[in-house]
Design a binder for this molecule. Structure first.
Ligand code: FE2
Ligand code: FE2
Length: 208
């Protein structure tokens, strides 16, 4: 399976996050909430783009459904949601893009596309390599809608800002995403660093 990213995560990352499944689920439940909140805020700030708002409404509903599923799994394992911790990965993408940004809306769409694409890559790894069968099933269940979300965000970036400008920004922010991902420490979260460090996809402009 190919992902629209400049770097790929090693299968060793799965063993790293499986060390603390409750922490992984607690963090991920918050990620689903943040994904819903981000789509919600894009609707409120772009009411003139009706097709975008309709698509984002579906995203909000789906992310809240994911939240419900992940929270139920967390609680079935004796965990609780707990305080939200800062998502360093997403914060660094937004901060890192600000200096070269031409349009806040374009960057928000492209960053949402990249976050969904990275989640998709990580869900794919978990659904194939987790030792915990229930975890494999859970992430396999969530995977199809994250695949649709990453495609939807890229589609609207192209539709609203033109193919050429959107593709240029996707390429620039993909490189930033690869850099951010390579610099993050490993840990029990979907957006943690790879213990082997993510490696550049062959032929990628981000190859070191
Ligand atoms: Fe989700
Ligand atoms: Fe999503």
């Amino acid at each position: 399976m190919a992902f629209p990213l400049d770097t790929v995560t090693s299968a060793e990352w799965v063993a790293e996050v499986e060390r603390d499944v409750v922490a992984l689920l607690a963090d991920h439940a918050h990620c689903e909430l943040k994904a819903a909140a981000s789509a919600h805020s894009l609707i409120a700030k772009n009411p003139e783009h009706h097709d975008l708002c309709r698509a984002l409404t579906e995203v909000v509903i789906e992310e809240m459904e994911h939240f419900r599923i992940v929270l139920a799994e967390l609680e079935s394992r004796g965990g609780t949601l707990g305080e939200q911790s800062e998502n360093t990965y997403a914060a660094r993408l937004h901060k890192g893009s600000a200096g070269t940004r031409k349009s806040l809306v374009l960057d928000r769409l492209v960053i949402a596309h990249l976050i969904e694409a990275r989640s998709l890559e990580r869900f794919h790894l978990l659904s194939h390599h987790a030792k915990d069968v229930r975890l494999r099933e859970l992430f396999a269940e969530l995977l199809p809608s994250e695949a649709a979300h990453q495609g939807m965000y890229a589609k609207f970036a192209r539709q609203l800002f033109g193919r050429e400008d959107a593709e240029q920004r996707i390429a620039e922010l993909r490189a930033l995403e690869g850099e951010v991902m390579r610099s993050l420490p490993p840990g029990p979260t979907v957006h943690s660093g790879d213990p082997l460090r993510t490696v550049a996809v062959a032929g990628s402009p981000a190859a070191p």
